[in-house]
Design a binder for this molecule. Structure first.
Ligand code: SAH
Length: 389
């Protein structure tokens, strides 16, 4: 199948940007089905590359190669090999056995996420094209990563349109119930019932940084999920850690992860609560280290304004409730909120609180969530470590 662009619309692809917007397309040489592999041509007839056609949303094609190329088992194997080589350098060590192997556009595989938890790889398709390729992808994962990986779980049901009627399940191998290591800390991962693919692997570097600041502190880990930041803070010598999440499953899991590393008597408490209410109800300035890692407040561009208000509200609440000398780690994982906008919301929160606030660190996603220089939209995680007086 061939797709022809309107005059001048080849510019973005010549700069290796991987998206073709529907408005850029002049015609096709037949009916294009969602998920088809299509060849993309400039108006002058020059082949620009091949990609997956996409029916939903404004991105009509996601590019897989910028030249003629068959999209077959060899193609997937080559991409996975390159992705794995990078992770071996950037993340994998005897102390870390969980990592993101494929981060969409940044690994030349738009629409695909693969996270590895010990011997289990979790594949998540965000496009029909990747979903249709899932069996070939599982085969490629097996040939590139076995024996270290022994199972591939497909967790695409929630990331594809409901009309696809996708069901989660193992494409290869048996359930493993992984307990992984992250910088030497043990974390049990529930790939089937957990949020996203099981863990938020993108906070590994920031958790390490938080560990360095936590000695002797009263730590409040809001939006704790399975307690990643809590475990690091305890290892860093925190006097006490309080973990808060609205999900009872997450809170139980955080308690279990802490016990796995530090036993039942660790100075840790986990509470099911809304973080906004929890901060509002605090009567004394007890916590001198606070982690604010909320879910994406904006899932699409139209929601960015509301999201910024929510970031400001959350940060202002925290800034008002910490004692002098406190550290706040604050994050936004909303892709549609820029770093400048997020910093603007934290600035407004600081002003509202009238506290002295200094930026100690600007935080971002780790090296197994790389950003293609041609696709800056791939930067989504923004954070600040603040010192408050
Ligand atoms: N910091 C975590 C990841 C956080 S993901 C880590 O390092 O693993 C966001 C979490 O916020 C989810 O677990 C979700 O259940 C929780 N959540 C969403 N809204 C919330 C709210 N208003 N108050 C508390 N937790 C909330």
């Amino acid at each position: 199948m061939k797709i022809f662009l309107k005059p001048g619309k080849e510019e973005a692809l010549l700069r290796f940007h991987p998206w073709v917007f529907s408005g850029a397309i002049r015609s096709a040489d037949g009916p294009v089905e969602d998920g088809d592999v299509v060849e993309v041509y400039a108006d002058g007839g020059q082949l620009l590359g091949v990609g997956h056609a996409n029916a939903a949303g404004s991105i009509a094609v996601r590019m897989l190669a910028f030249a003629a190329r068959s999209i077959d088992l060899d193609f997937w194997r080559e991409k996975l090999r390159s992705a794995y080589r990078l992770r071996q350098q950037a993340v994998l060590s005897p102390r870390t056995s969980c990592y993101r192997l494929v981060h969409g556009e940044a690994d030349g595989l738009p629409g695909l996420i693969v996270d590895v938890y010990g011997a289990t790889a979790v594949l998540q398709a965000h496009s029909t094209g990747m979903y249709l390729a899932r069996h070939e992808l599982a085969q490629a994962l097996r040939s590139e990563l076995a024996p270290s990986v022994a199972a591939v779980y497909d967790k695409s049901a929630a990331t594809l349109p409901a009309s696809m009627e996708a069901e989660d399940g193992y494409l290869w191998g048996e359930p493993q119930q992984p307990v992984v290591l992250e910088n030497g800390l043990k974390l049990a991962v529930d790939v089937e019932r957990g949020q996203k693919t099981g863990l938020f692997l993108d906070q590994r570097d920031s958790r390490s940084l938080a560990e360095r600041y936590s000695a002797g502190r009263q730590v409040l880990n809001l939006f704790c999920y399975t307690g990643g930041f809590s475990a690091y803070a305890l290892r860093g010598g925190a006097a006490h850690v309080c973990s808060v999440d609205t999900s009872a499953d997450a809170v139980a899991h955080a308690t279990a992860n802490v016990a796995l590393n530090f036993g039942e008597q660790a100075p840790h408490q986990a509470i099911v609560a809304n973080s906004f209410d929890f901060l509002n109800d605090l009567t004394e300035k007890r916590y001198d280290m606070v982690i604010l890692d909320p879910p994406a407040f904006a899932k699409h561009r139209g929601a960015a304004g509301h999201a910024l208000q929510a970031y400001q509200k959350l940060n202002a609440l925290a800034l008002k409730k910490v004692p002098s000398g406190a550290i706040i780690f604050t994050f936004s994982c909303s892709q549609v909120v820029t770093r400048e906008q997020f910093c603007g919301a934290v600035f407004a929160a600081a002003l509202e609180s009238r506290r002295s606030v200094r930026i100690l660190h600007r935080l971002t996603q780790p090296a197994d969530h790389p950003i293609s220089i041609y696709h800056p939209e791939g930067e989504y995680l923004k954070g600040l470590a603040l010192y408050v007086e």
